[in-house]
Design a binder for this molecule. Structure first.
Ligand code: SAM
Length: 275
């Protein structure tokens, strides 16, 4: 979808874009094709698209032979999308807030891919919502703020390493990524953007029933970045139990959460679940 087509469509409909809904539309065909290539979309793939906007990415996904289930919050865009994509076999559209939908509809997405240019303000909570599911999408290819992409890829010791890195990496392995220039969007966003691919782990690191405990430990451990995580965890777990777990895993009680790798958080979750 060319920039001129986008502008025409918006002006004929009298649609003024809403900043709070992150309405920066991707009009650069090269970037759109690159996203579809990164997702390795094959004919028949089932794709969830959150925030299709005017449908530039939807168009490319359908061209690649995928079937798309899209969720769009803005009624004005829902009207446009329903006129643009009329084959019910390949395109289904839900008018809803995607975050609210994901919270109430905890379905099995394991055979699906999430491919989306996400609304930046809710990108992180949406990814966390998926990470909490027992059956999240097998692949996630999302465009979001470069800064958020860095957090998704970060390892212990990196400045960007934190709750989001751990929540998402429990389920997913970050793969390739690329920057998308601001000029590829209409209007250009104020922040840098990147597209990142995350593949679901073949072997889950934890059984699904321990995921909430992992989240609880990580949240508490990062609740005050400068404090030693042992002290922070003591507010929720008995000291003796924590000592035993830290000792069995050779974790120093002086360590801060940002220095502890994902695998050790996983081991700690298991240790605190068995004692
Ligand atoms: N995919 C389109 C593109 O690449 O041009 C639009 C992407 S734009 C960054 C984000 C889209 O998400 C907008 O269409 C916006 O209306 C929609 N949106 C914002 N918040 C949403 C939410 N909570 N649930 C569903 N859609 C949302």
């Amino acid at each position: 979808m060319k920039l001129s087509e986008m502008r025409d469509l918006l002006s004929t409909r009298g649609i003024q874009l809403t900043k709070s809904l992150g309405q920066n539309f991707l009009h650069d065909t090269n970037q759109l094709e690159r996203i579809v290539r990164l997702a390795q979309v094959q004919p028949g793939d089932q794709i969830l698209e959150i925030g299709p906007g005017l449908g530039p990415l939807t168009e490319e996904l359908l061209k690649a032979g995928a079937t798309v289930f899209a969720i769009e919050k803005d009624q004005r865009l829902v009207t446009v999308l329903n006129e643009r994509f009329t084959d019910p076999k390949s395109f289904t559209l839900l008018h809803a807030d995607a975050l609210e939908f994901l919270k109430r509809d905890r379905r099995d997405w394991s055979d699906w891919m999430l491919v989306a240019n996400l609304p930046y303000s809710v990108a992180s909570p949406i990814l966390v919502e998926f990470a909490l599911l027992p059956s999240p999408p097998k692949r996630v290819v999302v465009t979001l703020q470069l800064e958020v992409a860095a957090r998704l890829m970060a390892k212990s010791g990196d400045d960007e390493y934190g709750q989001l890195s751990l929540f998402v990496q429990l389920q997913y392995e970050p793969k390739e990524w690329f920057k998308i220039p601001a000029g590829s969007f209409f209007p250009p966003p104020d922040v840098d953007s990147a597209c990142i691919r995350l593949d679901r782990r073949h072997q889950p690191l934890l059984p699904p029933e321990l995921t909430p405990k992992f989240f609880r430990i990580v949240k508490r451990a990062f609740s005050e970045r400068r404090k030693m995580m042992f002290k922070l965890l003591k507010t929720e777990w008995p000291t003796a139990r924590l000592h035993a777990a830290f000792e069995s895993l050779s974790i120093s009680p002086q360590i801060r959460a940002e220095a502890l790798p994902l695998e050790t958080f996983v081991a700690l979750t298991k240790a605190l679940s068995t004692q």
